[in-house]
Design a protein around this ligand. Structure first.
Ligand code: PEP
Ligand code: MN
Length: 334
C-alpha cells in the first residue's frame, strides 16, 4: 500500500503519521520526490483502514500495490534512483559505458584494455575474476588474483571496477570492488541476494537466462528488503528457440522496466548476442531505447581470449561503437 502526502505536509505531521503506521506493525519506506512524499507501507496491510488514512488532511491518495515487489516498484519511489559507483552515476539521466574483458587474464591484458576503453569513453572497467563456466574444464578465472589485477588497473586509470561474485563467502575479497555483479546464473541464488542486501555497495543484477521481468524485480526486492537499495538491473539476453545468436536480446525490457521500477536498467549486448558484429547494432539500439548504460566485452586479442572471444570487440571496434552510442544518445535526448 502507498500513501501519497500533499505538498506542504510538515515534518511533524509526517512523523506523526509514520509513527502511527509503525504502531500497526508496518514498515514504512519514505520516498521524498520533487513534489510529493510517498510512504510505502510494507507488511500485512489487510487490517489497515484505507478510508481513515485517505480522510486525513495531509493525505493526497492511498492505493494498494498489487505487485509482489514493493520497494523496487516505481509506485513506492516515483523518482528514478541514481546509483553512485565510486563517483560514476547511473540512472536518472546519467549514462555509463562499462567495458572490459570477459575475464581478467593477466596484468598486461587488463591494463591495456582498461587504458583503451577509458580513452574511448568508458567510465567503468569490467572483468571477471570468478567465472561461471558451463564446463568445469574451462578457465574458471584468476579469482582473488584477478580482483587484485582489477584494482591495479583502477589505480592506473581511475576507472571504478565491476566484477562478478558467485559465493557470499567470497565477500571479504570484494571489499574494494566498486560494483558487485550478480550473474545471470545466480539471479535467483536467494541466499547470495540476502547477503548482498546486508552490505552498503552497489549491485549489478543480471537477468537470468530464462527469467521474467517480474522474477528479476523479485530478486532485486530480496536485496532491497535487506536494506541495500543501490541496484542496477541488466538485460543480457534470454533463452529462446533462436540459435544463430547466443541469446535473444529483449530490448523491450528497458522501457518496460522503466515503467515498473525506479532502478536503473542497462544492456549487455555482448552476452545477449554472442557475436562480435552484432554487438555494435544492439548497443546502438540500447542507447536508442533509453538504457541507462551499456556493458560491452572488449579484449586486446579476441582470437586468443580465454573466455568469450567470439563476442569480444577489439579496442578499435569499441571506440567506434562508443562514438555511435554517444551520437544516438544526443539525438534521443532532443
Ligand atoms: C559476465 O558478464 O561476465 C557474465 C558471465 O554474464 P552473464 O551472467 O550475463 O552470462
Ligand atoms: Mn563473458
Amino acid at each position: 500500500m502507498i500513501t501519497v502526502l500533499k505538498p506542504g505536509t510538515t515534518e511533524a505531521q509526517k512523523s506523526h503519521l509514520i509513527d502511527w503506521l509503525k504502531e500497526q506493525g508496518l514498515d514504512v519506506h519514505v520516498s521524498v520526490g520533487q513534489d510529493y512524499t510517498v510512504l510505502g507501507l510494507i507488511g500485512d496491510t489487510s487490517h489497515v483502514d484505507m478510508d481513515l488514512i485517505a480522510s486525513l488532511d495531509i493525505v493526497e491518495a492511498v492505493k494498494r500495490v498489487t505487485e509482489p515487489y514493493k520497494q523496487c516498484s516505481r509506485k513506492f519511489h516515483p523518482d528514478d534512483t541514481v546509483v553512485d559507483i565510486g563517483g560514476v552515476k547511473i540512472g536518472g539521466g546519467n549514462f555509463a559505458l562499462i567495458a572490459g574483458p570477459c575475464s581478467v587474464e593477466s596484468e598486461e591484458q587488463i591494463i591495456a584494455v582498461a587504458k583503451a576503453v577509458k580513452a574511448s569513453g568508458a567510465s567503468l572497467l569490467r572483468g571477471g575474476a570468478f567465472k561461471p563456466r558451463t564446463s568445469p574444464y574451462d578457465f574458471q578465472g584468476l579469482k582473488a588474483d584477478g580482483i587484485e589485477l582489477l584494482l591495479e588497473a583502477k589505480k592506473i586509470t581511475g576507472l571504478p571496477i565491476v566484477t562478478e561474485i558467485m559465493n557470499a563467502n567470497h565477500l571479504p575479497l570484494f571489499e574494494e570492488v566498486d560494483l558487485i555483479q550478480v550473474g545471470a546464473r545466480n539471479m535467483q541464488n536467494f541466499e547470495l541476494l540476502k547477503e548482498l542486501g546486508r552490505i552498503d555497495r552497489p549491485i549489478l543484477l543480471k537477468r537470468g537466462l530464462a527469467n521474467t521481468l517480474k522474477e528479476l524485480l523479485m530478486s532485486a526486492e530480496y536485496i532491497m528488503a535487506g536494506g541495500n537499495d543501490k541496484i542496477i538491473l541488466c538485460e543480457r539476453g534470454i533463452r529462446t528457440f533462436e540459435s544463430y545468436t547466443r541469446n535473444t536480446l529483449d530490448l523491450s525490457a528497458v522501457p518496460m522496466l522503466h515503467e515498473l521500477t525506479h532502478l536503473p536498467v542497462i544492456i549487455d549486448p555482448s552476452h545477449a548476442t554472442g557475436v562480435n558484429r552484432l554487438v555494435g547494432p544492439m548497443a546502438a539500439a540500447a542507447a536508442a531505447c533509453g538504457a541507462d548504460g551499456i556493458m560491452i566485452e572488449v579484449h586486446n586479442d579476441p582470437p586468443h581470449a580465454l573466455c568469450d572471444g567470439a563476442q569480444s570487440l577489439t579496442p578499435d571496434q569499441f571506440d567506434d561503437v562508443a562514438r555511435k552510442v554517444s551520437a544516438i544518445r544526443e539525438i534521443v535526448a532532443k
